[in-house]
Design a protein around this ligand. Structure first.
Ligand code: SAH
Ligand code: SF4
Length: 341
C-alpha cells in the first residue's frame, strides 16, 4: 500500500477483509475507494483454491476436499466435526519424501512444498464453509499430506497469519504440528518457545522396527527423537502427543506395549492409539497392513495406562472416504491415467 502511495491503514483494512470477513473478491472490500478496489482486482488474485473433488463420510461428520493449485496439483484437506470442536487437518506438502510404509502420501512420492498462502487457503476454505452454518474452526492440525518440519518456514508463516488478532485470531494452542521425528525441526520449535502443540508419530518403540515402518528413523534414530522431545517439553512446558498407529501383528504386541511404556516413562506426554487405516488396493501402498483388532488395541492401552501413561484410543475417522491423506490424490491420479487414451 505504501508503494502505491496509500495510507498505511489501508493494509489493515485489506487484512481484515481477507481474514476476518473472508472475502474472495476485492470488489467486496466496501470501505476501500472504488479505484483502489479496481487496482487490487487488476493486480492481485485472492488465492482461494478451487474444489475439484469432495467426499463426505457415511456419518456426515468427516469430509475431505481435493483442492487444486495454480499448477494443477492436488492438495487434500479434511474437516472432522465433533460435538464441541471442528478440526481441520491441513497438508504442508504435495506428497512427502519420507516414504512411511503404511502411508499413501509417503508411497506416492514428493512433488513440492506448499506455500504459506496455499496452507492458509486450505483453512480459509473450511472457515468459509463453516461460517455459512454459523460454525467455526476450533482446531488446526498439520496431519494432512507431507512433513511440516521439512517446510518449516511456510508452516510457521501460515500459523502466524491465522493467529493474527485482526484476522482469524486463532489461539496458538489450537494448532498441532505433527512430525515423523525430524529432530532439527523439533529443536527449532522448542527454542522458539511456541505454544503450538507438537505431535510425534512414534509407531514403534525400538529402532529395528521403526527403521522399517518409518524410514526417516534411519536418519534420526529414536534416541535423538526422544532427546529432542524432552528438549521441547523443557522449553515449552507443553505435553507432547505421541501417535501410535496399530497394525495387526506388526507393532501391536504386549511386549512392544511394555517397551513403549519404558521409552515414555516419566515424560510429559499423551499417547494416541490409532488403528492403521488400511490402504485400498489402488493406492499403491507397499504393505498390506490391517488395523489391529479392538481387543489388541485395548490391551496395548491397558499396559501403557498401568505404567502411568495417559493413553486414548482414537477412532479412525473417515475410512470410507479414504481420509488417510494422500489417498484421494492417488485415486484421482489413477482415474486420470485410466481415462487417458
Ligand atoms: N508427516 C507428519 C504429518 C502428516 S501424517 C507425520 O508423519 O507425523 C499424519 C499422521 O497420519 C501421522 O501420525 C501418520 O503416521 C499417520 N498415518 C499415515 N498413514 C496412516 C494410515 N494408513 N493409517 C493411520 N494413520 C496413518
Ligand atoms: Fe510423510 Fe508423515 Fe506419511 Fe510418513 S506418515 S510418509 S512422514 S506424511
Amino acid at each position: 500500500m505504501q508503494k502505491w502511495g496509500e495510507p498505511s491503514f489501508r493494509s489493515d483494512q485489506i487484512w481484515r477483509w481477507l481474514y476476518g470477513s473472508l472475502v474472495t473478491d476485492p470488489q467486496e472490500m466496501r470501505n476501500l475507494p472504488l479505484p483502489l478496489r479496481q487496482r487490487l482486482a487488476d493486480a492481485c488474485y485472492i488465492g482461494h483454491l478451487p474444489v475439484v473433488d469432495r467426499l463426505v463420510d457415511d456419518d456426515g461428520l468427516t469430509e475431505k476436499v481435493a483442492l487444486q493449485t495454480h499448477d494443477g496439483q492436488i492438495v487434500e484437506t479434511v474437516l472432522m466435526r465433533y460435538e464441541e470442536r471442528n478440526t481441520v487437518c491441513v497438508s504442508s506438502q504435495i506428497g512427502c519424501p519420507l516414504g512411511c510404509l503404511f502411508c499413501a502420501t509417503g508411497q506416492s512420492g514428493y512433488s513440492r512444498d506448499l506455500t504459506a498462502g496455499e496452507i492458509v487457503a486450505q483453512v480459509l476454505h473450511y472457515a468459509r464453509a463453516l461460517r455459512r452454518e454459523d460454525a467455526h474452526i476450533t482446531n488446526i492440525v498439520f496431519m494432512g499430506m507431507g512433513e511440516p518440519m521439512l517446510n518449516y518456514d511456510a508452516v510457521w508463516l501460515a500459523i502466524d497469519n491465522l493467529h493474527h488478532p485482526d484476522g482469524m485470531n486463532m489461539g496458538l494452542r489450537r494448532f498441532t504440528v505433527s512430525t515423523v521425528g525430524i529432530v532439527p525441526g523439533i529443536e527449532r520449535m522448542a527454542e522458539s518457545g511456541t505454544e503450538v502443540g507438537l505431535a510425534i508419530s512414534l509407531h514403534a518403540p525400538n529402532d529395528a522396527l521403526r527403521d522399517q515402518l518409518v524410514p526417516a528413523n534411519r536418519r534420526y534414530p529414536l534416541a535423538q527423537v526422544m532427546a529432542a522431545a524432552r528438549y521441547y517439553v523443557e522449553h515449552t512446558s507443553r505435553r507432547i502427543t505421541f501417535e501410535y498407529g496399530l497394525a495387526e501383528g506388526v507393532n501391536d504386541s504386549e511386549a512392544l506395549a511394555h517397551e513403549t511404556a519404558e521409552l515414555l516413562r516419566g515424560m510429559l506426554c499423551h499417547v494416541n492409539l490409532i488403528p492403521i487405516n488400511p490402504a485400498p488396493g489402488d493406492t499403491g501402498v507397499a504393505c498390506d497392513y490391517r488395523p489391529s483388532s479392538q481387543g489388541r488395541i485395548l490391551r496395548f492401552q491397558e499396559i501403557l495406562m498401568a505404567a502411568g501413561i495417559e493413553t486414548t484410543v482414537r477412532v479412525s475417522r473417515g475410512r470410507d472416504i479414504q481420509a488417510g491423506c494422500g489417498q484421494l490424490r492417488q485415486r484421482r491420479e489413477t482415474t486420470d491415467r485410466e481415462e487417458m487414451p
